[in-house]
Design a protein around this ligand. Structure first.
Ligand SMILES: Nc1ncnc2c1ncn2[C@@H]1O[C@H](COP(=O)(O)OP(=O)(O)O)[C@@H](O)[C@H]1O
Ligand SMILES: [Mg+2]
Length: 368
């Protein structure tokens, strides 16, 4: 997938601007606070139908404006042209158009414009709490499998309902049998979610070392462990066992008014040579792992969707040594169309990159 043209209207500090991009590498440079990240944010918007910086559309709407309107002209690997437009107004909310047809559900767009994003905030994925890693798995799996997204949404709803019932039991307003229908649904959807995540973590496990070694030029092996409080010690999963585990914690669930068993507590662990990276990794190793993980993500999307994802890299090069930067830059064009934001244009001018496009951003506009 390639984006040829992007038009932004009232998006963050960008009032009105059209951008044209190169098929391979685009370097978006400029001082801090000029709108570089906002450009990536808008491209990624088409991928996940929302911002990666906020869940509230209002926050990306330019201050004191009524609406924002962003559109992209894309070319798929099979040369089909696709255009997408997202319009948001305070009064109407968000409307999404694909080839000028208004979508009934936002989820119809998921997987159409695959993209991966790399920013330093993403380090939370490596060192932050498990929620980050579940979100990573969920976004990735939803993009390649709409059914996963459905199961996930149903699971979350069921979980909320079950927790409500737990509260009612806690206060004596209903009895335990009220849990039964919710438990059935919880297990039905939960098992589908875990199954998909197990397969994904096997995939990551098979690929991660290779990417890590390519970027760091070390022989370190990286492994991935999927953690679930539903599977058994060998990682096996079946319905009866899931029910058993759910029953085991039901007393304390009622006291806490919260369900403790299930995929909403899943996690991924990354190990370097058998040691937990979260506990022992250096900053440079964490960053290398993050990039390797994103490369796995892009390969996964490419394999499953038969489409090259866009690669968005937000200001990550300032933090890496020149050695790792060059390893990365040599590899990037083989993955897909790439967008790199930076305050340091000369780092790239001296890197031997072949024909990158340069776009300079100044106060929300392209500087000609
Ligand atoms: N809703 C908004 N309306 C107007 N300006 C905004 C809005 N949100 C953020 N900004 C401003 O947009 C500018 C560009 O932000 P950003 O894209 O993160 O810059 P860069 O990545 O170039 O450092 C910042 O100065 C920020 O304060
Ligand atoms: Mg930025």
């Amino acid at each position: 997938m390639f984006i040829d043209e992007l038009s932004l209207f009232n998006f963050r500090n960008i009032s009105k601007q059209t951008f044209h991009f190169e098929n391979k590498i685009n370097i978006i440079f400029g001082k801090n606070g000029q709108g570089k990240t906002s450009i990536l944010e808008s491209i990624f918007f088409f991928s996940i139908t929302k911002s990666f910086r906020t869940n509230a559309e209002k926050t990306v709407l330019q201050h004191e404006k009524e609406y924002f309107d962003i559109s992209g002209k894309f070319k798929a690997n099979n040369s089909n042209m696709l255009n997408v437009r997202i319009y948001f107004s305070q009064a109407e909310g968000k409307n999404i158009f694909l080839n000028n047809n208004k979508l009934k559900k936002y989820s119809e767009l998921i997987g159409v414009f695959p993209a991966i994003l790399l920013s330093l905030e993403d380090l939370e994925l490596i060192i932050g709490d498990p929620r980050n890693r579940r979100r990573f798995m969920d976004i990735l799996l939803s993009q390649v499998n709409p059914l996963y997204l459905q199961h996930l949404q149903k699971y979350k709803k069921t979980l909320q309902q079950r927790n409500k019932v737990l509260s009612l039991i806690n206060t004596g307003e209903c009895n335990r049998s009220a849990l039964e229908p919710w438990d059935d649904r919880l297990v039905t959807y939960g098992i589908e979610i875990i199954k998909a995540r197990v397969i994904l973590s096997d995939y990551l496990n098979s690929k991660l070392s290779g990417f890590y070694q390519m970027i760091s030029k070390t022989n370190d092996t990286i492994s991935v462990r999927f953690k679930s409080n539903v599977t058994d010690a060998k990682g096996n999963l079946n319905k009866n066992q899931y029910f058993e585990k759910l029953f085991k914690t039901v007393d304390s669930d009622i006291i806490r008014q919260r369900t403790q068993t299930g995929p909403h507590r899943d996690d991924l662990e990354f190990l370097k040579n058998e040691f937990l990276i979260k506990a022992y990794g250096s900053q440079g190793e964490n960053k290398t792992l993050l990039i390797a993980l994103k490369f796995c993500e892009s390969h996964y999307l490419k394999e499953k969707l038969k489409e090259d994802p866009l690669i968005l890299m937000d200001d990550i090069f300032g933090e890496l040594d020149i050695y790792r930067i060059n390893n990365l830059l040599n590899y990037l064009p083989s993955i897909g169309q790439t967008f790199i934001t930076t305050t340091l244009k000369n780092k790239f001018e001296n890197s031997g990159l072949k024909n990158p496009g340069y776009i300079q951003i100044d106060r929300g506009a392209v500087l000609q």
